[in-house]
Structures are given as structure tokens and as C-alpha cells.
Design a protein around this ligand. Sequence first.
Ligand SMILES: CC/C=C\C/C=C/C(=O)SCCNC(=O)CCNC(=O)[C@H](O)C(C)(C)COP(=O)(O)OP(=O)(O)OC[C@H]1O[C@@H](n2cnc3c(N)ncnc32)[C@H](O)[C@@H]1OP(=O)(O)O
Length: 717
Amino acid sequence: LSKSSQIVSGLALITFKLFLQALEDGLKKADADPSVKAVMICGENGKFSAGADIRGFSSPKRHGVALSPIVSLIESSEKPVVAAIEGVALGGGLEVALGCHYRVAHAKARMGLPEVTIGLLPGAEGTQRLPRLIGVPAALDMITTGKHIPATEALKLGLVDEIVEENTIEAAIRLANKVIGQPLEPRRLSLKPVPKLPNMEAFLREALVKVKRQARGCLAPELCVQAVRAATERPFAEGVRRERELFGLLLSSGQAQALQYAFFAERAVRRWAAPGGASWSSAAPQPVRKAAVIGLGTMGRGIVTSLVKANIPVVALEQDLEYLNKGRKAVMLLLEREAMKMEGGAQTLDFHNPARLQFTVDFDLLCDVDLVIEAVFENMALKKEIFHKLSKICKPGALLCTNTSALNIDEIASATNRPQQVIGTHFFSPAHVMRLLEIIYGRHTSPTAIATAMQLAKALKKVGVVVGNCFGFVGNRMMFPYVQQAVFLLEEGSRPEAVDQVLEDFGFKIGPFRMSDLAGLDVGWRSRKEQGLTGPSLAAGTPARQRHGQRYSPLPDLLCEQGRFGQKTGKGWYQYERAGGRTATPDPWLHDFLSQYRDTHGIQSRFIDQEEILERCLFSLINEGFAILAEGIASGPEHLDVIYINGYGWPKHRGGPMFYASTVGLPRVLAKLQKYSEAHPDVPGLRPNAFLKKLVAVRSPPLKEWMSYLSHQSPKL
Ligand SMILES: CC/C=C\C/C=C/C(=O)SCCNC(=O)CCNC(=O)[C@H](O)C(C)(C)COP(=O)(O)OP(=O)(O)OC[C@H]1O[C@@H](n2cnc3c(N)ncnc32)[C@H](O)[C@@H]1OP(=O)(O)O
């Protein structure tokens, strides 16, 4: 456009506020200058905009330049304004583009309104303009999910006018030149009607039901639907007023802070630290060009699928042909399903090629892999045998990972000649779906090994969280007291469905008993037998409800002795329509069994209210979290929260257990733990941890300062 245009650039994230000011000044200048015939807005360095600075929403100094008036200013310009979208146009960035009269995008650009994922809604008139441009169904989908869509999809939806493979800015200038002099009214989205649907009311009602069911207590998706509904029912200006009202509600709901905390926590855990000062900033990962997975049970199958999806060639190994064929079939089925989901996308799955995925029973084929993930049964002797073999067969630099949920990494490493290359990689089931990867370093694990495991997590599109070695690591260790409380509550008078209901209402995807039925009660039973807590190795004369002087509930063991393993046997804490069924119904047999159990042990059944259920389960879990932090097993509360959100179904809009504790108030958590501990002195999980007490004593500092109150920066770090 040379002299006849005004190029406004610099839509960089950190300078969003400054940019808005510059944009306003630039637009006004362009408008006043008769030599300017059109305006093109682009970003710097190939990126349009990631939107407003998220930290600004919870900053006490939140004032900022309002975005809406600038979007309106763009739209009302008498000269055509064209957005040249490269990289990403997200949130406020996309709302700026929606104010423009035309949008040109690079083929690799991505667009979205992700505000819902940080507890907000597109508050710069995005909920009013987008439905006018692409219709209610597509707009609602983008706004309530926050998904980023590729440029090709944006073109199909009519969100952009043109996509280009080459120079986006030149293409935008070409388009601007072409449209000079054409009427702008039809291009101003605020003047357009929202395209009608024959069944708009029913559609919106169903959309609301859907987001309420999926979001479980999370406000933002629901309010997004309400804002879009306003677009369908009210004139633009009134819709904008409603949008503003709803935005204000979300901003002060507390959920937005929790979700924004979660956004940054997920990024903070990438900056890992380990003993001896090793950290993300100094350690470099090794390349993983080929991997192997040992064991094709449920976990191994998911891990193989995950590696194939990440385009890493895999050797999948089983102990014999029977298991191998079973495993191969299951993996192929998973991959077929994944391929179907990806159909039409840019990526394809090349899993029929033996160079990409090879099944074998021959350990020698592992001689050239860069990384092995052992995913066999949770049995120390078996794992040690495998690791001993691996250290003989694998090339010297190969990283040896064990997928374990609790076993001692150091003991496994002791079976090899290279303990520095042994690391725990705790995947969550189903491993090709769940985002969490708990990465556990042992006493000898090298910084390179940790960096490589973190790099692997990234390649697998997972959130890697580095933690220290202890029984259950972080996630399961915090889960033990939670589940223990849930079972104690049954002993005292509650029922599985009552406990599950309270925790599901809190926002957990699934309560502890439904979870236990899903995972299989036999898993914990086996582990308790191995620990000598139950079964033949239990010393004669051990009291039924006590182990090592502490309260113990034999209830789960008794259920297992009855063959009630959960869904797989059709009976567990609930009953199911058949073995393998998924619909849990309260079981009168279990209710009778609990009554008899209480009678046998002289337990006076009592009514337990929702508050007690919630507090005893959650506060005991949080209490263990403080112990983990004090011992240096994790380097900060964010690590625990990211683990819980991504691996244990903790509701993200509550920010994770430690963030939740900070919102409840540490003095309250402490007081309640003290109260419950006095009532149950034989339950160590309820005894307030010293670190929690210390934080309360120093007046409960903000979560990000907690770690500075540990006198020793812990033996592990
Ligand atoms: C008054 C106005 C009212 C409303 C209008 C505006 C509302 C908004 O715009 S809300 C913000 C909407 N935008 C987003 O939610 C985008 C969030 N960011 C992302 O999705 C991703 O970061 C990305 C796709 C932009 C880039 O992904 P990737 O390449 O994987 O990098 P990272 O995620 O690691 O990010 C790098 C770095 O940038 C920080 N960051 C990214 N986006 C923001 C942001 N919007 N605000 C603040 N900081 C952001 C991120 O935290 C990383 O930094 P650290 O490693 O230091 O944590």
C-alpha cells in the first residue's frame, strides 16, 4: 500500500497494553490522513497475538486499556482494515481481527477464543461478533471449548477470507488494495444479524445442558453459552452489555484465578530442579530416535500408542508369542481408533510399517534403541530381572525407564550397571489419553536422564512433572490418605454412593469408590499383601482394624476375598449390570455387609454430613502434600497441583489441592485437621503436618512463597 496505507504492527504478547494504545493512536492517525486509503494490521516476528497478558486479570493493579473501544474503533473506520494473521490469533488478538473488515491468514496460523480455559469469556465483544460471522453452532463450539483451530478450518467456517502459503502481509496488502472504495457496511460484523437456526431455542438449551454436564461446576462454559444466547436475542449493543456483565461475574468468581494459576503452574513445572543443583536450565536432553516398550498389558499398549502418535519408532516386546499376539491386536485396535480420530488432519499414523512399529519377543532387538520403557506388572523381582537384562543388551547411552506407580526407583536401578540412566516414568491409564507423566529421579539419576524424560513428555504431548523417589511418589502418596479416609467413613456409617457424590459434586470426575471399582480392587489388595498388611504373611493375632499401632480398615480386603474386584467382576463397592459393565448402582448387599461389619467390630454407626466427608478426604490429601513439600519430594506446590489436575481428575477450576488449600485458608485447614485428628488419634494422615503449622504460624503467606519457609531447602533438592 506504500503511501496509501498505514501498517500497524507489534501485536506482541507482553506489550498488549502498549500495543492497544499504539493501535488506537495509529488508527486515529490513519483515519485523519487523507493519503491513507486502507489499513493493514499484522503482528511482529510472524505472530499476530496470543491475546491479553493473563497475569493482568488477577493483578491488583488491573486497570489497562479496555479492548472493546479499540475493536469498535477498528470496525467503524471509514477505510478498509485488513488483519494479516500469522502464528496465532487468540483471545483478544482474535477479537481485534474480528473488528477488522477482512482477515487473511497464513496456512499455518491458528485461531481461537481460549478465554473459557482461563475461567473467562471473550470479553471484547467476541461473543457477539463471532456468531454473526460464522453462525451460532460453530461460534459456540469455539467459545465454549476454547479450542485453537487451524487456518484451513477457519477458512471453511468463514472466519477468514483467504489463506496463503507465502507472505501473509503482502497478501493482506493486495486484498486491501483491491477493496479500497468498496462499501464497508456489509463488512462491519456488529451490523450483521446473527444467522437464524430453525431450532435456535432448543439448540441453545441443549448446548447449556451439554456444557453443564461436561464442565461439572465450572462456570465459564455456562456463562459463555449465556453470552452467545444474548447475541441471538438482543441487538448488538445490548448483547455487549450482557457480555460485560457476565465477564465481570467470571472475573470475580474465584474460578478464573484458579484456572489462570493452573495455566502458569503447568508451565512452571517445566522448570524442574533436582538434587545437586541440576535443573532444566543446565541439563540437555538426549535425542530419542527409537524407543522400546516392554510389556503389552493395559499400560504398555497405551504407551506404545502414545509413542507411535508422537512419530517415534517403537519396538514392542512381550514375554511370549501368546501375550505378544494379544498385545499386538490390542495396540492395532487403539491405533486404528486414533487414526480415525486424526482423519482429515495434517498428520497420519504410519503404524503398519515395521520400521515404525515392530512386535517381538526377542530382547536382542533392543540393542539399538535410545530409550526403553518397561511396563510390566508391579513386581520388584520381575522388574529387577528385566533391568539386569537391559543393562547387558542396551547400548551404553540408552535411557532405562520404569513405568511404576509406587516402587523404589533406586532398588530397580541397583539391578543395572548404569543407575544414572534409570528413571521412573509413571504413566496414567489410559496412557495414550491421560496427560500426566510423573517423572521420578532416583539417587543416581543423571540430569541428562531427567531432561530426556521431560523432552519425551513434551514429544508425547504430555505434562511431565519431575518428583523425588518415595513410596507412591507424589500422586499416589497423596491419594493413600484420601482413599483411607473414604473407607474409614464407610466404617463409621457412610455409604460409597454418599462419599462419591460429595466428591463428584466438588468437581472430581469420579469419586474414590467408583474409581476403585474402575481400577480394580485387586490391584491394591496385591500391593497390601506384598506389604504384609493382609494375607498369609500377616502375623497371627494382628488386630483386624490395626496395623503397626495405626487404624487400618480391612474392608477392601474383605471385598476382594469375596471376589468383588469392581467393574471387571461386575461387583465391587457397587454392583454392575454384568462383569465388565460400567453402570454403577448402589448395592443392597454391600449395605448389609457394612452393617454386619460395624456390628462385628462394635462400631456405632452415625450420620456423617457432606462437610465432614469433604474435609476428611481432601484435607488429609492436602496434609500429605505439605509433608511431600517439606521432604523435598517435589519442588513446589504447583507440581502437586499439576499432578492432581492432569492425573487424578481434580477439578481444574479449583486450581489443584494446594491452591485449593490456599483459597480455603491454611488456618481453617489446620484447625479442621486438628479437630479430626483429636477425634481419630490413631490416624496419622489427619495429624497436621509441621510445615502446614509453620505456614500458619507465619500468617499463611501466598502459595508462591511457601517454599521459602522451609528452613533447609530439603535434603532432596
Ligand atoms: C480487557 C480485555 C478483555 C478481554 C480480552 C482479552 C482476553 C484475552 O486475550 S485472555 C488471553 C487469551 N489467550 C490465551 O489464553 C493464550 C494462552 N497461551 C497459549 O495458549 C500458548 O501459550 C500459546 C499457544 C500462545 C503458545 O504456546 P507455546 O508455544 O507452547 O508456548 P507457552 O505456552 O510455553 O508460552 C510461552 C510463554 O508465554 C507465556 N504466555 C503465553 N500466553 C500468554 C498470555 N496470554 N498471557 C501471559 N503469558 C502468556 C507462557 O506463560 C510462557 O511463559 P513462561 O514459560 O514464562 O510461563
